[in-house]
Each structure stands twice: as C-alpha cells, then as structure tokens.
Design a protein around this ligand. Structure first.
Ligand SMILES: Cc1cc2nc3c(=O)[nH]c(=O)nc-3n(C[C@H](O)[C@H](O)[C@H](O)COP(=O)(O)OP(=O)(O)OC[C@H]3O[C@@H](n4cnc5c(N)ncnc54)[C@H](O)[C@@H]3O)c2cc1C
Length: 405
C-alpha cells in the first residue's frame, strides 16, 4: 500500500512546474503534474517570442531550485527603467528613472523567455524521483468529494492536496466554486521581439500613451521584447497590418527613443484582465499564480507574484508536514492564503490604480500627473522603496527568496 501523501498539480506552466520542484524536497509527497500542453524544450539558441521581466526575488527562488544556471545564457540583465508619458519625451519633465545603483544592486532584474524558463523548471522537475510529469493531459472531470481528478487520458488521479496552477481561466477554481472579482481592461497586449536602431543600453523603456503603455524590454541578444497594451480595436488593427506599417506605428509610439524599431518575430496578442479569487483555498485545494490572481502586465509583476506563491506554499506545506499536520487541512492552507493574499492584493490594486491613473485625461490631470512623477523622480527615498517593491524584496518573503547570507 502506498502511504505517500498525494499532491496533484493542475497546470504545468511556470508556476505549476516550480511548485512541483519546490514540493519535491519533501520525500513524503508524491507529486503529479497534469498539463494539456506539450513538454517543454529542447531549447535552441533563439529566444521564445514571449518574455518576462523577472525580479530579484524570483531569481533567488529559481537559483535555489537549480533552474537559474540553465537560464543564465538566455537572461538579459537590465540596470535601469525609464518611464515617461507620451508627448513629453523620455528625458522630459515627468519622466521617471529607476537605477539599480540607487539601491546598490547589480541590476534591477532579468528578461527571460517563456520557453527557457519552462524548460529549466521542467528539467529540474524531471530529475525528482517523487514527481510524475504528465504532459498532453488535461482535466476531464473533478470530483471534490471523492478527491479525484479524471484525466483526459481516462486515468483517475486521487489527491490529498490539489494545486490549481492552471492560469486565469482555472478549471480547478471553477470546480471548487471559488468566486472571483474580475473586470476586463478592454485592452490587449501585443508582444514580439524588435530590433532597434539604437542599443537598448540595458534599460527597460516604457512610454504611457493615452491608449495604454508600450514597453521595450532589453534582451540578452541585443533586441528588445515588446509589450504594447492597446484598446481592443486598435490591437486588432495593429495585429493585422503589414509589418512595415506596424514598425512605423511602433517607432512613433515609442517616440523613437531607440530610433527605428523593426519586428523580428511573429506578433502575439493577449487579452488583459484583472482577476482576484475571493479565496485561495478550500479543504484539500489551493490556488497559485494566475489561477488566484491575474494583473495588468504594465509593471511585469504577474509571474513574479506567482513564483512567490509557489515558494510560500512549499514553505507552509513543509512546516505542516514537520508538525504532523495534514497538508489538505484548511487551517494549514489558510496560513498560505493569509500570507500571499495580502501581498498579491496590494500589488494587484496598485497596478490597477496605475493603469487607471494613466488612462484619465480630465482637464488639468495630465500636467498634475507629470508633476507627481517629477516629484517622485527627485525623491530618492521613495524611489528606493518602489525599486525594492518592483524587485520583489518588500513584504514578507519566503525563505528561498531571501538573500543568502
Ligand atoms: C503580455 C503579458 C506580459 C507579461 N509580462 C510579465 C512580466 O514581464 N513579468 C511577470 O512577472 N509577469 C508577466 N506577465 C504575467 C505572466 O504571464 C503570468 O502571471 C504567468 O504566466 C502566470 O503563470 P501561471 O503558471 O500561473 O499560469 P500560466 O502561465 O497561464 O500557465 C497555466 C498552465 O496551466 C495549463 N492549463 C490551463 N488549463 C488547464 C487545465 N484545465 N488542466 C491542466 N492544465 C491547464 C496551461 O496550459 C498552462 O500551461 C505578463 C502577462 C502578459 C499577458
């Protein structure tokens, strides 16, 4: 008879795979990951077209599980972040500059590609004896009472703890009738890679236009990752237009801050929404990553929050096992919920507010906004606090996200 505690993770995206690797350190657990998509890798030299800005806290967690060395050749460090409002120039009144040096940090974070990240985590998970990775398999049915998942392979996967890591449209969350606060931004993000006439100077550039922010994220290959949030109709038009027309529009939108820009990959389009689960757990079930919270990508924080969720959950589960508690017990899972919900809500509401602030165009407001940004730019203490928050170093950190002494 198998006496291991069974954990089933639904979703083998970055957060689900990381949760598997972190939890695998507990030999008492037998972990299964169900993911309908294909197994990651093998990697080629080209970076995947979807990139993330990863914080220092995320880098520490990924280093702790041994995934970071695989990512290093694909990870572009950025030292500065420049934010400005369209029409006023990247160096004009109201532009904000965040510099790693101000916080005595070697950089502000890294830009990595989705493929590299998932492959590095998949490799680590595949090395664990107590992790079973089932790619190409989704959820056919979920029985809460019987604590069972029927996979699309017609197998039954019984669980003592079910982890919903299945993204914004989480089937696990729906299966447990967890209500959500949700609103669409009526926006989509266009992503891809661009070559720029001027070097990116290891700087993340972000211009706020009336229709939404456009960001050029410096990658290790000298090109930039593009994240351009625009209203839905404009997104459709931008996605459909010729590459030459798109390049011209993008060069204009970025105010030629890096000269002419030219797409080097396909364009991807992602709908944007705010979503927060009312509860992160139930008996025998817990949500992590986008399944619990989906935020606007304007500050590149969504995945970073999910990485800290996985780390916090693994810590709480480890403590429960050491204390002889059942890991599906709500008292255990509520500890994780209390910890992460407050941190995530603060960030989610902050980003939502920032998005709204830059969308407002009431008379008198734009100049006031620029004055506020200029004041912030001259307030080193406030800037240092914001940098620390963006680097994931504020709040209560899981042990694996803390600096190694
Ligand atoms: C344009 C854009 C730019 C972004 N940039 C950044 C950034 O720079 N930095 C940052 O930190 N965040 C960023 N984010 C947010 C980031 O993409 C998400 O927060 C992150 O992908 C969440 O990871 P996840 O593993 O929780 O969910 P997902 O990445 O959505 O993965 C969920 C996984 O679950 C699987 N799945 C879905 N349904 C099922 C099911 N029924 N059964 C089993 N598996 C299922 C999916 O196939 C997928 O593999 C950005 C988001 C967007 C849209």
């Amino acid at each position: 008879m198998n006496s291991a505690t069974r954990v089933v993770i639904v979703g083998g995206g970055p957060v689900g795979l990381l949760a598997a690797v972190l939890l695998a350190r507990e030999p008492a657990l037998q972990i299964t990951v169900l993911e309908p998509g294909a197994e990651p890798g093998p990697l080629d030299d080209a970076l995947g077209f979807r990139v993330y800005a990863l914080s220092r806290a995320s880098e520490r967690v990924l280093s702790h599980v041994g995934a970071w060395p695989v990512l290093v050749p694909r990870a572009g460090a950025y030292d500065r972040m420049v934010i400005w409002e369209s029409g006023h120039g990247a160096t004009g009144l109201g532009s904000l500059v965040f510099d790693a040096e101000d916080n005595a940090e070697p950089n502000l974070g890294h830009i990595v590609d989705h493929e590299g990240l998932c492959f590095s985590l998949w490799q680590k998970a595949a090395e664990c004896d107590n992790v079973c990775l089932r790619f190409g398999i989704g959820v056919e049915a979920l029985d809460r009472e019987a604590r069972n998942i029927r996979g699309s392979d017609d197998h039954d996967y019984g669980f003592d703890l079910l982890i919903g890591a299945d993204g914004g449209a989480s089937q696990v969350r729906a299966g447990f009738d967890i209500p959500v606060y949700e609103h669409g931004y009526q926006q989509r993000a266009l992503v891809g890679h661009v070559a720029t006439a001027e070097p990116h100077d290891y700087t993340a550039w972000q211009c706020f236009l009336p229709s939404g922010p456009v960001a050029l994220l410096p990658m290790i290959n000298g090109q930039c990752g593009l994240v351009w949030s625009v209203d839905e109709a404009e997104a459709e038009a931008l996605a459909a237009m010729s590459v030459d027309d798109f390049n011209a529009r993008l060069t204009e939108a970025t105010e030629s801050v890096l000269g002419k820009v030219a797409l080097t990959t396909e364009r991807g389009v992602f709908p944007l929404k705010f979503l927060h689960a009312e509860r992160y757990c139930d008996t025998g079930m817990v949500l992590v990553g986008d399944a619990a919270h989906t935020v606007h990508p304007l500050a590149g924080q969504g995945l970073n929050l999910g990485i800290l969720d996985a780390a916090a959950l693994a810590e709480v589960v480890g403590e429960a096992l050491a204390g002889g508690q059942h890991i599906g017990d709500q008292r255990v899972l509520r500890r994780y919920e209390r910890w992460r919900k407050s941190e995530n809500l603060l960030m989610a509401i902050g980003l939502d507010g920032l998005h709204r602030l830059f969308k407002l165009s009431a008379p008198g407001l734009p100049p006031l906004r620029r004055l506020g940004m200029a004041a912030l730019n001259r307030a080193p203490f406030a800037r240092r606090l914001l940098i620390a928050k963006a680097m994931g170093l504020g709040g209560e950190l899981p042990n694996v996200a803390r600096a190694v002494a």
